[in-house]
Design a protein around this ligand. Structure first.
Ligand code: ADP
Length: 521
């Protein structure tokens, strides 16, 4: 048993430890994978934001190149071209040139716009002098950056860039853009195109988040990513994946992975338990086999020792009285009978195990079979100090059964009653009829059988391993043979037993085995 414990611990360590380790590693890497997935999604959304912003830049740059080419022409032509641009582009509310002296040099106000005054523009110029300076340093590097200046009214956004002209009055351009119009009229088609089937994109204004444009019923509140529009301060672009959020996606994957991991662990644990049970069973069988060999040897040794001792005494001619000789012959005969019973039991068992045991059914009367048993056994019983009674039901009919096998079964029960009795040496045998069945019971007043053992005692090699039984040798085969015989007759065995009080085994056999077999078939 010590060995078995060690084996169990080794099995547990070998199987469960790697699985625990694997689970921990998996859980860790799962976390990382989820983070990576989240990052990939976020990156994708960032790219979308970038391309919308880039598109806005491109639009402004296209106006910028119109302006640059216009101001390269003589002033009158330039003014016409720029007026056309301002009037044609509905998102341009005004275009104002500022000179290198920081003063307004020319203004083009779109038709119908009334709320843009010189005062407002001057304030812009004065407030953003630093930005103008910065743009001038960029210009040296040939970089003409578009710089947002914020909103001058609710939806008019200001934007400044330097021209490529060296003419002082054309140094910079302030674009006043109708931002809502810019978003709806120019960005919206692009956003629709980018969003495709699976993205929801919206553009909102201010902290209140009023929606200027949106695709696929996007709700900016559920956005996975919100970012500023570069050119329109105060405007946000919001993106989410249609239907599910990134968190949903990630947690769905996480749950699937966790589920699979759990399943895997259940399988591994199941396997470990199965292995444990099998190994345990194997160890038990090995133990049982070695007990069996020692039990059988012991069972054989006692009669053999007696036979050889009495035979030797007789052989040496030391026994004078005829009476004594007779007594010794009887003992030798009795012990030889005991030997052959043990050997027969083992042979029958091995035939039964090999599935080769056959039964020869013929008409028998159970009462007669028991009478015969008692005739041969009465001496043995009395010799052992047993008192016995046989109450027979005289009305029992002849019935189809294997007489020899039934005799063997009843002898095994009587043998056990003898073996497992202690002080009260009394055996009661009873036959009776119960509807279509005939029953034989063998009752003793011995050590009894605990409830927990009642089922197992019919298993091959099983012996109750506590208390008095230890002192009684046996093979553990008797009851399994009885069960095999009773099963072959389609009957059943009933145990009524109480530890310390005694045991009553009843074999119930159907009167008509054939009929029973057919109705069972
Ligand atoms: P064996 O008697 O050779 O050990 P059996 O198969 O006949 O094997 O019996 C199995 C076990 O059932 C016995 O070891 C014993 O513990 C228990 N047993 C059988 N018959 C009785 C009985 N009449 N009273 C108490 N225990 C019994």
């Amino acid at each position: 048993m010590y060995n078995f414990k060690r084996i169990s611990i080794i099995v547990a360590v070998l199987i469960l430890l790697p699985s625990v380790f694997f689970t921990i590693v998996q859980l860790n890497s799962m976390n990382e994978t989820e983070k990576e997935i989240e990052l990939i999604y976020k990156n994708r959304l960032n790219t979308v934001v970038f391309s919308v912003n880039q598109f806005s830049e491109d639009l402004v740059n296209s106006w910028k190149s119109v302006i640059n080419s216009a101001i390269a022409a003589p002033e009158e032509q330039a003014n016409t071209k720029i007026s056309t641009l301002v009037n044609n582009e509905s998102s341009i509310s005004a275009l104002i040139f500022a000179g290198s002296n920081g003063e307004i040099s020319n203004s083009f106000i779109s038709e119908g716009i009334t709320d843009i005054t010189d005062a407002i523009v001057r304030e812009l110029l004065a407030n953003n002098a630093k930005i103008f300076n910065r743009l001038r340093t960029y210009k040296v590097e040939e970089y003409f950056k578009n710089e947002p200046l914020g909103n001058i009214t609710d939806n008019i956004s200001a934007l400044v860039f330097l021209t490529n002209s060296d003419i002082a009055r054309y140094e910079s351009v302030i674009l006043l853009i109708d931002a809502d119009e810019f978003v709806r009229g120019l960005l919206s088609p692009k956003i629709q195109e980018i969003s495709g089937q699976d993205l929801q994109i919206s553009v909102t204004r201010g902290s209140g988040g009023s929606v200027i444009t949106s695709t696929n019923d996007a709700n900016p509140r559920d956005a996975d990513l919100s970012d500023d529009l570069w050119l329109l301060k105060d405007y946000n672009i919001n993106i989410s994946i249609k239907g599910v959020s990134i968190d949903d996606l990630v947690s769905a994957r996480l749950y699937t992975n966790l589920g699979l991991l759990l399943l895997l662990n259940i399988f591994i644990t199941g396997g470990a338990v199965f292995l444990y049970v099998s190994v345990k069973k194997q160890v038990e069988i090995t133990q049982i086999k070695s007990d069996f060999v020692s039990n059988v040897s012991h069972e054989l040794r006692t009669p053999l020792a007696l036979i050889s001792m009495f035979a030797e005494t007789l052989e040496m001619g030391r026994v004078r009285s005829e009476e004594k000789k007779q007594e010794y012959y009887t003992i030798i005969n009795k012990e030889a009978g005991r030997l052959s019973r043990i050997v027969n039991k083992i042979l029958n068992f091995s035939r039964m195990e090999a599935g080769k045991r056959t039964y020869n059914f013929s008409q028998n009367n159970i009462n007669h079979l028991i009478d015969e048993i008692l005739f041969t056994y009465s001496f043995h019983l009395k010799n052992k100090g047993f008192e016995y009674t046989f109450s027979k039901d005289e009305t029992l009919p002849y019935q189809e059964c294997d007489g020899e096998a039934i005799t063997e079964a009843v002898i095994n029960l009587i043998d056990n009653a003898i073996k497992y009795s202690s002080d009260k040496k009394k055996i009661e045998i009873l036959t009776f009829r119960d509807r279509d069945n005939v029953a034989v019971s063998v009752k003793d007043y011995g050590i009894g059988i605990a409830d927990k053992d009642k089922k197992q005692i019919f298993e091959k090699f099983y012996r109750v391993s506590t208390g008095l039984v230890h002192n009684t040798k046996g093979t553990g085969l008797g009851l399994s043979l009885v069960k095999h015989i009773v099963d072959a007759h389609r009957g059943e065995i009933v145990i009524d037993s109480e530890p310390g009080k005694g045991t009553n085994f009843t074999i119930v056999l159907p009167l008509n085995v054939k009929e029973r077999e057919e109705s069972n078939a």
